[in-house]
Design a protein around this ligand. Sequence first.
Ligand SMILES: Nc1ncnc2c1ncn2[C@@H]1O[C@H](COP(=O)(O)OP(=O)(O)O)[C@@H](O)[C@H]1O
Ligand SMILES: C=C(OP(=O)(O)O)C(=O)O
Ligand SMILES: [K+]
Ligand SMILES: [Mg+2]
Length: 577
Amino acid sequence: MSQSINLFISTSPKFPNPPPVKLSLPFPAGISLLPVSRTFRKTFLVVKASDNGSGRVSSASLQDQAISAAPAVADPSSIDVDAVTEAELKENGFRSTRRTKLICTIGPATCGAKQLEALAVGGMNVARINMCHGTREWHREVIQRVRNLNEEKGYAVAVMMDTEGSEIHMGDLGGASSAKAEDGEIWTFSVRAFDSPLPERTINVNYGGFAEDVEVGDELLVDGGMVRFEVVEKIGPDVKCRCTDPGLMLPRANLTFWRDGSLVRERNAMLPTISSKDWLDIDFGIAEGVEFIAISFVKSAEVIKHLKSYIKARARDGDISVIAKIESIDSLKNLEEIIQASDGAMVARGDLGAQIPLEQVPSEQQRIVQFCRQLNRPVIVASQLLESMIEYPTPTRAEVADVSEAVRQRADALMLSGESAMGQYPEKALTVLRSVSLRIEKWWREEKRHEPMELPCIAASFADSISEEICNSAAKMANNLEVDAIFVYTKAGHMASLLSRCRPDCPIFAFTTTTSVRRRLNLQWGLIPFRLSFSDDMESNLNKTFSLLKARGMIKSGDLVIAVSDMLQSIQVMNVP
Ligand SMILES: Nc1ncnc2c1ncn2[C@@H]1O[C@H](COP(=O)(O)OP(=O)(O)O)[C@@H](O)[C@H]1O
Ligand SMILES: C=C(OP(=O)(O)O)C(=O)O
Ligand SMILES: [K+]
Ligand SMILES: [Mg+2]
């Protein structure tokens, strides 16, 4: 197999960032590589083109040879960054890179290789698969396509698997894509197992205790109120309901029932957070090496601890981060301990809005986002951000305002659900998230409108305290000195997340040694993750990074950089040579 490489031919051993020259391996006759014994001894070689007639001595960086070679295996002498980040840095410079991360739920509208690539180009940082829908085989193929994209194009798109959870929901409508309920119609909600096709106006309910638990007069809400019914009669396993608010019901839509204005949840509160099906899905996620597992309807910290120990005993290499979905009254009650126990949280506004009054959702969102940042846990704002774009090519003004508010709160990530899974305009929706994020971030940065946030000390040990202080100080210095970027060399990603927590004005270039940590960091605010092999010698790490990034036009001489690392307790401020 012939490998193509980029060589940077130059007349100066100081490597002044010349345009790359493409060569194929093996080298043509007459070209050889020799080490240079100067500052860049470890990374630079001289190319002697003895047959070019000029007798010119040229420099090349060995690291850069891997640039256009397939980056499938982590080459110790290269740096992994994707084309989109690279182009963004080149065109717009550091300051204007996007800080808010974007998650797309993958469904029938976006599961093809081409569509996934379009989302990656459009700025998708994390692909979410929702185990409520589709088969494991289907999800496996999606994961494989995302992995191929990463390997072939250098992206660091992480995969988040979201469990079904065991709240009450409808069945799959016997294969229909939706069902329309009209005002006054009588529908049967039943726990019986039917052969398909289902009898007319019949809905399967997944929770065996449903018919026993509901009472005549209860109000039944589909998807938090998209459609409403009133229970009129119970006949064994069948519950007859009259439609009071007509609308479209989607397969597996969530069901809640209300009595005298309050959510009834005594009995279904006994349902396990992680069902037997969820455990199988979790095994699947572990086997597929997903980066994140999001747990639906978390009620307490216990279940998170339980899952984390399960993952620790099973996951092959490294961690899978556990994200707690805050979408129930119980999760709000136990918020602090749930977030402490988790590696991140999601404000799952869809189901949350079905359990608490809608007008309480915005203040809960703000509380969860702030709390996560204080505890240094990445936080995702999810559901209905651009709901109208499932059908229309432009968002409503209200949706843009909602996205802006989440960006202004400086949540780590925004998530698309139906907009990208089954909507008409997945790429357009992603573009809206991207452009609104960029615009609002710029506005708040330029006008220094961010409210400062007290960040409590969270370190569990003295060593952790040192890291935390270094990151807090480095971020403050970065703002005061108006540096172009913070560089962090981090093996497990801890220092990178501590810097992200400070939400500095400049981007954070996070260099890490493994592709899996690189992908995990891609969920966090302001981090631009690179994979790079580095040593304990900061001097050589910096030289190596500068030459690699300069060679690709991502930084230039004179740029002001602050560097920290989890190997060395120091803060360095320097201009790129
Ligand atoms: N893997 C999939 N296969 C088929 N449809 C999907 C899939 N993932 C998502 N969808 C569709 O996209 C909609 C929105 O996705 P999401 O918000 O994740 O699910 P839900 O509506 O169940 O909470 C779903 O209702 C479903 O119609
Ligand atoms: C994100 C959510 O969960 P799901 O889409 O799995 O219902 C939500 O309820 O907002
Ligand atoms: K789910
Ligand atoms: Mg939900």
